[in-house]
Design a protein around this ligand. Structure first.
Ligand SMILES: Nc1ncnc2c1ncn2[C@@H]1O[C@H](COP(=O)(O)OP(=O)(O)OP(=O)(O)O)[C@@H](O)[C@H]1O
Length: 254
């Protein structure tokens, strides 16, 4: 397995410049600067409430933010004139809760937004969905309803849905937090497959061993901004900042 490493040869997919977000007087994001290169897997770690989900939701334009800029492959997606649906077709998102429609079969869950929001022709969407479901071991679930699937299978379906538009960036927000521990591995294996296929991924997780094995770069969020960023070895084995050391000691002993 060859890990993708950020280098000058890789184009920048995502760039955050001084992003601030407040909920009332709760100043959650305090000037976040972050760059992600093409094919890079960046994992965001940090204490509960440090703003990881808010960061994800801000990038996908679910949360309005208060200051700063976000560029996607050089395009300012925070310009008020942007077409939000077009931006969202370029960013795949998976949340903690799968949010599949219970009354729709897997194939329809996977193709719905691609057809209705992103304008992909129904037969093209269907062929692509079946191909992806087969690739990720869900080929026999195409016509099932979500309640016939395990939580891990449902989350894999949600990931397939997120990559239907072949997005430039995939945001994965605590995608294993709601799963039975037995089912976490199959979902993380799919993320590993996506990395090996060259996806560009920003992921928030509490799965530290996965972060260590898959991330090209770890971002430690603290005090509303990335306090420390580095390779997994730098962050987990030789953190510079006392806050990083304290966080890691706490989760190790949990
Ligand atoms: N919709 C909202 N309205 C008001 N406050 C919010 C909202 N969403 C998040 N917050 C606040 O923003 C802060 C950061 O929350 P966020 O969910 O981003 O943290 P997190 O790092 O993802 O936490 P966790 O690891 O528990 O998922 C918290 O203080 C939270 O209460």
């Amino acid at each position: 397995m060859t890990a993708a490493h950020p280098s000058a040869a890789h184009a920048t997919v995502l760039e955050l410049q001084g992003v601030h977000k407040l909920f009332g007087d709760n100043h959650v994001l305090r000037g976040v600067d972050l760059e992600i290169a093409s094919h890079e897997v960046v994992v965001v770690i940090g204490a509960s409430g440090s703003g990881k989900s808010t960061l994800m939701r801000t990038i996908n334009l679910i949360e309005r933010f208060d200051d700063g800029r976000i560029l996607l492959s050089g395009d300012d997606i925070t310009d008020p004139a942007v077409d939000v649906d077009k931006v969202r077709a370029r960013i795949g998102v998976v949340f903690q809760h799968f949010n599949l429609f219970p009354h729709m079969r897997v194939i329809d869950n996977v193709t719905l937004a691609a057809r209705k929001v992103h304008g992909i022709a129904p037969d093209v969407a269907r062929d692509r969905a079946i191909g992806l479901l087969e690739t990720f071991g869900l080929g026999d679930k195409v016509r099932d309803y979500p309640d016939r699937l395990s939580g891990g299978q449902q989350q894999r379906v949600a990931i397939v849905r997120a990559i239907m538009t072949d997005p430039e960036l995939l945001l994965l927000d605590e995608i294993t937090s709601a799963l039975d521990p037995m089912l976490v591995g199959e979902v993380l294996d799919l993320v590993r497959d996506l990395k090996n296929q060259g996806s560009t991924i920003l992921m928030a997780t509490h799965e530290m061993s996965f972060a260590r094995s898959v991330a090209d770069r770890i971002v430690f969020m603290h005090g509303g901004r990335p306090l420390e960023t580095g390779t997994p070895e730098q962050i987990f084995d030789a953190p510079r900042e006392p806050e990083t050391r304290e966080f890691l000691a706490r989760i190790t002993h949990r």
